[in-house]
Design a protein around this ligand. Structure first.
Ligand code: MG
Length: 395
């Protein structure tokens, strides 16, 4: 029996927040697609793989798709998932008896699951991996606008299955299903097209670990599944943000930079302690998470923040981004100040800023520059700071 695998990776789902489709997203680890490809390449029952990728990746496919021990063909994805599968089906070897379709966003399907889905399809024509519902299932009244729906009926739980992939089909069955798709029928999976084309579809025991990675919450589940298998899981989303701040320098104010009081005849004027380092870093961190800025989070008009320590505000901003699923990876800061020289205080500032963020001091860089006598900063009338922060979603 010749078996072809189709991996549907043509979607543009970017709900995880990146510009790269989720199935191709990898920072310093393997993407879900690479994990899927590895499973199918290593599977003794699979003879070739056809992958539908977004157009822009077809000409330059990821390196793990070349030089493979089995034939891997790459085709462009379509507007709908079923169009991607149809494009892939056209590229399948004419000898294929059974075609097994899998979502690239499900990286944990086991070899046994793939094998039993193929075997069931070979026997019955079509088979879909599915798991029994543990929850009681309600059908709702039609969804109105602005109001919450009501329960129309409670479905008998014993007969409810949640469909996954792999889904496998004898060649003729998939051909019928995709012909229906060409006539305009929409479907969220190929099994439903096969059903509508009149073919019986067998339910095969799926796996609870065979999750589909769609939202950033799924990344946490994926990380724990991978850890449970002793595999590294380092996929994460990176987000970068910049921050800038400037305060005027006046006599009779302390000069506080990165939480450290720097001996100086002038200090920064401001509502709080006017710490440009902490303010720029806070804005960079909030900016990376697209959670506004320091002025929105700690408005001048709010008496709570008068004379607040900017290190404390920084810590609160970090807690805010952490609550949104991020951790701070590193920050890099440039202070622009004509005098005094800050070099002797840089390490103390790094320690204080790192402690406020809750990261190792090695992840905080701080450099001092002068403005070469140019403009207000150069004349010693102001101090400025620039900062860049890198955040990662927390797996
Ligand atoms: Mg400020």
């Amino acid at each position: 029996m010749f078996v072809s695998a189709i991996i549907a990776a043509g979607g543009r789902g970017t709900r995880l927040g990146g510009a790269v489709p989720k199935q191709l997203l990898a920072v310093d680890g393997r993407s879900p697609l690479e994990r899927c490809v590895t499973s199918f390449l290593g599977h003794p029952g699979i003879h070739e793989i056809v992958i539908a990728l977004p157009d822009e990746f077809v000409a330059h496919p990821p390196p793990y798709l070349t030089g493979t021990p089995k034939v891997v063909r790459v085709v462009p994805g379509g507007a709908r998932r079923q169009d991607s599968v149809a494009n892939a089906f056209d590229a399948v070897n004419a000898r294929a008896d059974v075609i097994v379709i899998h979502d690239a966003a499900r990286p944990f399907a086991s070899a046994a699951l793939i094998a039993r889905t193929i075997a069931a399809a070979a026997e019955s024509g079509a088979a879909v991996a599915a798991i029994r519902s543990n929850d009681t299932v309600k059908r709702s009244t039609p969804l109105g606008t602005g109001t919450e729906p009501f329960v129309a009926e409670t479905l008998p739980r014993e007969s409810i299955y949640l469909a996954q992939t792999p889904q496998a089909f004898r060649r003729a069955v998939l051909k019928d299903a995709l012909a229906l798709s060409e006539t305009g029928a929409d479907a969220t999976d190929e099994a439903s097209l096969a059903e509508r084309a009149g073919h019986p579809v067998r339910l095969v025991d799926g796996e609870s670990t065979n999750i589909k990675i769609t939202t950033s919450d799924d990344l946490a589940v994926a990380a724990s599944i991978a850890r449970g298998r002793g595999e590294p899981w380092v996929m994460s989303l990176e987000r970068v943000g910049t921050g800038y701040d400037l305060h005027r320098l006046v006599p009779d104010r302390p000069l506080i930079l990165g939480g450290i009081t720097v001996p100086s005849d002038r200090g920064a004027l401001g509502h709080s302690d006017a710490d440009v380092v902490c303010h720029a870093v806070t804005d960079a961190i909030l900016g990376a998470a697209a959670l506004g800025d320091i002025g929105q989070m700690f408005p001048d008009s709010d008496a709570r923040w008068k004379d607040a320590s900017s290190l404390d505000l920084l810590t609160r901003a970090v807690e805010h981004v952490v609550a949104h699923g991020f951790s701070v990876s590193n920050v890099d800061i440039t202070v622009v100040l004509e005098r005094p020289k800050i070099r002797p205080h840089v390490d103390a500032m790094r320690v204080a800023v790192a402690a406020a963020i809750g990261i190792a001091v090695e992840r905080v860089s701080l450099k001092g520059k002068t403005n070469e006598g140019v403009d207000a900063v150069g004349r010693g009338e102001a101090v400025a700071a620039h900062a860049v922060a890198l955040l990662r979603s927390r797996p």
